[in-house]
Write a protein that binds this ligand. Structure first.
Ligand SMILES: [Zn+2]
Length: 446
């Protein structure tokens, strides 16, 4: 049995305040005790910062990391941004995607992310035909996450049409399995492990027709796995859906039997009161990706209306404009302030719950934070930086949620194993791997 003991000067156990002097006992990857101790027990590893449960990134497209800094110039919109993303998608091979995803997931580990939901839609060759190994891309992602040291829910995505009523064209052919049956068959081979789970996704109402949505909902229900979809990210998606189906994307998903407690609507930026009622009635969640939504000028989603209706919010780095779940978390409250003129809708504790427990629930991991019996996934936010200097016991959570950043994460532990120590990945030179893999993905190097 592998055991370890950690002493936390400060730890967040889920309340409105951090606790001081907490011991975490770990055996075989799980917490066996969470207890108070004013001083470190002998042999304990000491974490002098603020310890939080591992962060959960509920919506990621790893390959978008190669777009950072290149899509922030000029004007453009979601649709011109998508053209840039497609150029990367056209170039990737399973080998180059493995390298890029490993580096990107390792950047997530540095940012304190211990679980990622990869919304994965790049499946086939440029001609749209299956590789000799039809699982080449998904295997690459599973391997990448394992080597980066973080847990993965692979949300294997159904994509059939290039827009409402349009066949896939160009690089979109790489995304399409051609039918729900082929998608169901391909994804049925995926196997869960200690650090990997499989879920499903329907890309959006743009990419999956109504009949196929119905069939996909049945597949997800039979497998009892998480099911995600992009929903109402853009007003044009709503307009196209209304023109074609006479209802909103959320209403279409409800009518197709997609909404359930296992369903997460990603973005939900432009949902209306009726949509919110449908999501709440079904027990579905919503994943906000605020740094992406602001980068793409999508808009600000109705956070308080959703949570008031009982819809849990989780958070995602999506386009990897930045990888910083603390930034995503505070954006929910700060963007809400800009829209409503009201401060204090979401407390630091509530925002951190979005970045942890809600994300894990959306990704199908039954974890309960720093609690006995659960997997020992936790992070230490260092309090030594100039940015966080002056923090007091009373302002710890607020400092972390409203001023902390990915770069403040000193320690990341997944299943009791330290993946990041002193702000460095224990196995990978992450910046070097990012530089190399991005250059290949962008066609600047072979
Ligand atoms: Zn997305």
């Amino acid at each position: 049995m592998t055991t370890s003991t950690w002493w936390c000067a400060h730890a967040w156990l889920g309340g409105d305040r951090a606790e001081s002097g907490i011991v975490l006992d770990v055996a075989d990857g799980c917490f066996t005790a969470v207890r108070h101790a004013a001083a470190p027990p002998s042999g304990a590893r000491i974490l002098s910062g603020l310890v939080l449960p591992g962060l959960a990134n509920a919506h990621s497209h790893a390959f978008h990391r190669a777009l950072r800094g290149h899509v922030q110039r000029g004007r453009g919109d979601f649709w011109t941004w998508r053209d840039d993303a497609y150029a990367i998608a056209a170039r990737l091979t399973p080998e180059s995607y493995y390298a890029l995803a490993r580096a990107t997931f390792a950047e997530m580990a540095l940012a304190g992310i211990t679980t990622v939901g990869e919304f994965h839609y790049l499946h086939h060759s440029l001609e749209g035909t299956a590789y000799a190994d039809p699982h080449a891309f998904s295997t690459a992602l599973v391997q990448a996450a394992a080597e980066a040291g973080i847990r993965l829910t692979l949300l294997d995505t159904l994509y059939l049409t290039g827009g409402v009523g349009q066949p896939p064209s160009g690089v979109q052919r790489r995304f399409s399995d051609g039918s729900v049956d082929a998608w169901a068959q391909r994804t049925s081979a995926l196997v869960d492990g200690d650090q990997v789970r499989h879920g499903l996704a329907v890309h959006s109402v743009r990419a999956v027709p109504f009949g196929a949505l119905r069939e996909a909902g049945v597949v997800a229900a039979e497998r009892a796995v998480p099911l995600h979809a992009h929903v109402s990210e853009q007003p044009r998606e709503n307009a196209d859906c209304r023109d074609h189906y006479g209802r909103t994307p959320t209403a279409l998903l409800r009518d197709a039997g997609i909404l359930s407690q296992r369903f997460t609507a990603v973005h939900a930026t432009h949902v209306d009161a009726g949509d919110i009622g449908l999501l709440a009635a079904a027990g579905s969640g919503v994943c906000f990706c605020p740094t992406t939504e602001r980068d793409l000028a999508d808009g600000v989603g109705p956070a308080s209306a959703l949570t008031s209706a009982g819809v849990p919010l989780s958070l995602g780095s999506d386009s990897q404009a930045v990888i910083d779940l603390l930034e995503e978390a505070r954006a929910v409250e700060l963007d809400e302030r800009l829209v409503t003129g009201v401060r204090g809708t979401f407390t630091a504790s509530t925002l951190l719950t979005m970045a942890t427990a809600h994300g894990l629930a959306a990704l199908g991991w039954p974890m309960k934070g720093l609690a006995v019996g659960g997997p020992a996934d936790f992070i230490e936010v260092g309090l030594e930086s100039a940015r966080l200097a002056g923090v007091t016991d009373a302002s710890l959570l607020e400092s972390a949620a409203f001023a902390g950043a990915a770069v403040d994460v000193n320690t990341t532990v997944v299943g009791g194993e330290a993946v990041v120590v002193d702000g460095q990945h224990v196995r990978l030179d992450v910046a070097h791997e990012l530089r190399e893999s991005i250059a290949v993905a962008r066609g600047e190097r072979s």
